[in-house]
Design a protein around this ligand. Structure first.
Ligand SMILES: Cc1cc2nc3c(=O)[nH]c(=O)nc-3n(C[C@H](O)[C@H](O)[C@H](O)COP(=O)(O)OP(=O)(O)OC[C@H]3O[C@@H](n4cnc5c(N)ncnc54)[C@H](O)[C@@H]3O)c2cc1C
Length: 285
């Protein structure tokens, strides 16, 4: 029987695990893939406090190593269900069933790809899914953004020399900034490369635009399929938590990109993880 099982091994989970282990709790992390989470999908992290131009995989490795110095067990298994039997809960994976007094769900979300040529190949090489993460890499450059909303377009226009906004909404979105070009009623059909980095994009009207980056903001899917049988409250498929990272189910907490919140970054995931762990410690008392 574990005190806490944490689902996922991204920054939210690893941060929670460190707090729990330091409080002498019997904690288990279950990760379906590689410890480090989404950080491993990006090349550089330049906005995490204490790290300058940190190679992302190095940051992930340091977080993982910190848990290993504390001997926190990490199983590489996929969680496929969670059963809430009151004080004792079961976490069911593709290999086994584990019993625990509490659970922290920290399994993140995945971006919705466009599914067009070169999109996958050029991820991190001029194709980005995160404006707040990568905009600073394109200072004074020409960039394009696919979005349905204004906020990130304005954010980008303060950094890039020109922003080509490909409006994927049905609304007429206007800006009062000279360096934003709005393109309505067109889709990006191809991403063109040169020397393995983005060169341009081609739109459905066959016009080609040279850009240093294409930001794709078509939304995310939270990884909650495996908890469909749990009666957990969600907002837009993100888990709803209170300020202590508590869900509506006693003893079940959530942290990081899986929760409904405003800012989805490594630093906020680590913070959520810490808060969830401290709440679990209180709960276990
Ligand atoms: C391309 C890209 C670039 C980014 N750049 C930055 C940046 O520069 N700066 C920044 O601050 N943020 C950046 N982010 C955002 C940041 O990576 C996330 O906010 C952060 O990683 C969220 O941490 P998390 O622990 O909540 O989730 P994740 O990091 O997504 O980790 C969740 C983990 O749960 C695992 N998991 C999922 N389902 C299951 C299951 N059923 N069973 C077991 N394990 C499961 C996953 O495999 C994953 O390892 C970027 C994101 C992307 C996609």
């Amino acid at each position: 029987m574990f005190d806490t099982i944490i689902v996922g091994a991204g920054p939210a989970a690893l941060s929670a695990a460190i707090y729990l282990k330091n409080a002498n709790k019997n904690v288990l992390i279950i990760e379906k893939d590689t410890p480090g989470g989404k950080i491993l999908k990006t090349e550089k992290i330049n906005n995490y406090l204490g790290f300058t131009e940190e190679d992302a995989s190095n940051l992930a490795y340091k977080m993982y190593s910190q848990t290993q110095k504390l001997n926190i067990p990490i199983l590489i298994e996929k969680v496929i269900d969670i059963k809430n039997n009151g004080e004792i809960k079961q976490v069911i994976t593709n290999k086994n069933t584990y019993e625990t007094k509490s659970i922290i769900i920290a399994c993140g979300r995945v971006e919705k790809p466009l599914g067009i040529e070169n999109e996958d190949k050029l991820k991190g090489k001029g194709v980005s899914y995160c404006v707040k993460c990568d905009a600073s890499l394109y200072k004074d450059k020409v960039v394009a953004i696919i979005s349905k909303e204004k906020d990130d377009v304005i954010y980008l226009s303060d950094i890039a020399s020109k922003v080509i906004f490909i409006n994927y909404s049905n609304e007429d979105i206007k800006f009062n900034k000279d360096n934003i070009e709005v393109i309505n009623n067109e889709k990006v059909i191809k991403i063109n490369e040169e020397n393995n980095i983005i060169k341009s994009i081609t739109l459905s009207n066959n016009k080609e635009y040279d850009v240093s980056c294409l930001f794709i903001e078509t939304g995310y899917t939270p990884n909650i399929d495996f908890i469909k049988s749990l009666d957990i409250k969600t907002i837009n498929n993100y888990i709803q938590v209170d300020s202590e990272m508590k869900t509506n189910i006693d003893g079940i907490y959530a942290a990081g990109d899986i929760i409904y919140k405003n800012v989805y970054q490594v630093i906020t995931a680590a913070s959520d993880g810490a808060i969830s762990a401290l709440s679990v410690i209180k709960y276990l008392k």
